[in-house]
Design a protein around this ligand. Sequence first.
Ligand code: NAP
Length: 242
Amino acid sequence: MQDNNRKVIVLTGASKGIGKAIAEKEGQRHHLSLFSRSESEMKSILQSQDPALKSIYTVGDIKKEEDIRLCVEKTLQTFGRIDVLINNAGIGIFKRVDQFTYEEFDEIQKVNVYGSFLFTKYSLPNMIENKSGYIINISSVAGLNGFKTGTAYSASKFALNGFTESLREDVKQYGIGVCSICPGGVKTEFGGKGLEKFQGNDFLLEPEDVARTVSYLIDESETSNTKLIELKPRRRKEYRGK
Ligand SMILES: NC(=O)c1ccc[n+]([C@@H]2O[C@H](COP(=O)([O-])OP(=O)(O)OC[C@H]3O[C@@H](n4cnc5c(N)ncnc54)[C@H](OP(=O)(O)O)[C@@H]3O)[C@@H](O)[C@H]2O)c1
């Protein structure tokens, strides 16, 4: 691939799960700027990348505006542009609403909503200047439907979907695309034990399924904008016919 066909992708939540799958896939063809709190995981993802690519990482907490600002600044200093922003970092705590502390409820909104807001805020001026770009928000089916124990998480993902819908209207005039992906259950360590009870083995998406959907959006025509993708699992091969 010629260097001028390579894009610069900022990816949050890059250390594990869905983010790791996206980094491993896109790291074969595009420059990456990874963000998470886990240095060793991001380092090892980048070690398996094509050495022709100049990817970087930033260790930071998405709840801290300064960490986000520095990540975007470092990306622009290194590559001079941002073509794609993937807001993927996310957390979930699952229990009945009266069992939540204010701090727990607040932390979910800070990571899932404010983190995406701030990464968008700092990346957007460069995309507007370039009159191109793509912002992909990893939301959830919990951003389309409520479910038992899901108040705090659904509140954050409904908010992220609302943010996405309005953002698209703000930036389409600059040729910037905005889409949210709403996956069902994905086979990752997300949510810890609280989520295990929702996850049978046969109807879970693989992190790579979400990564393939991200690739589709990155390659989308510059004159169209997929609005929202709801990604459902289907029965795994080994269970079919049972
Ligand atoms: N798994 C599912 O069933 C599922 C379904 C639908 C949607 N999703 C969404 O998909 C996204 C990725 O989830 P996943 O399943 O891949 O979860 P995961 O395996 O738990 O990974 C979460 C990622 O977010 C990062 N992160 C969390 N808190 C952070 C913080 N304070 N600062 C910086 N980074 C932080 C983590 O990095 P560090 O901990 O290394 O900092 C990690 O890279 C989330 O937005 C989630 O809501 C997941």
